[in-house]
Design a binder for this molecule. Sequence first.
Ligand SMILES: [Zn+2]
Length: 278
Amino acid sequence: MPFFWKQLAARGLALPNVQVTNPYRVSYPGYSEILTGRVEESIHGNDPIRNPNETVLEFLKRKLGLAKEQVALLASWDTFRAIGEHTEGSIFLNAGYQAIEGPKPSPSLAELSSLQFRMLTPWDNARHDYITYTMALEYLKAAKPRVLYISLDETDDWAHDHRYDRVLDAISDFDQFLERLWNTVESMQEYRGRTTLIITSDHGRGGTLADWSNHGKNVAGADRVWLAIAGPDTPATGLSDAGAAQRDIAPTIIKLMGLDPAEYKGATGSPVSAAFGR
Ligand SMILES: [Zn+2]
């Protein structure tokens, strides 16, 4: 990942050993921990049940008094329709195979929206990451949201399919997306110098030939994720062994947005201190 390591991590903070607090180490519990700053006991698998907690995205919308379109979530996996919101319809959300809705999408957004149903993946509930992140970049330029959450899928599904070659392809593609995202942010006066990128994963996976393709509560290594943060508040530390937990991400986002994490009720994480002090 040349862009990630040489450009992004060097400008900010890269933590390779972040603890997943939830004991399940599968996707929804991980995304729930990221998006709500807590371990939710009722979320222990990937069933698409409505998120029982207000997500940090909904919290930011409410506290900052933002319009629905100003807080956006685009995801490759369709279960984000349940994960992303406690109150359905509260934010702009497009996940899995789903057409872009709303008034008059740009021509390129309309083309991507149509293309997703014709260039299918091997998985029924996840579309290509290229569709998701290119839609997200188009949305960023058109709607200029205050908060944008992008969730990709392919490294996980190719690993489950034992296609390590495709995992590497997907990682390389992800790195090129990060470069496009960074360059887009830097090219827009609304975002340049005042935007933080936070990049992480929902769970780790096994580290041996026998279990690299898998994750879950009995897979050693699935309890470790990495976290990178780059933006105007974050010192250019690069790779760091500072400790952090997955549940710390939501409180970190709240503090970066200038709000008090204590007002986000029920969260048990704390802001990552190494992300502040520039
Ligand atoms: Zn998985």
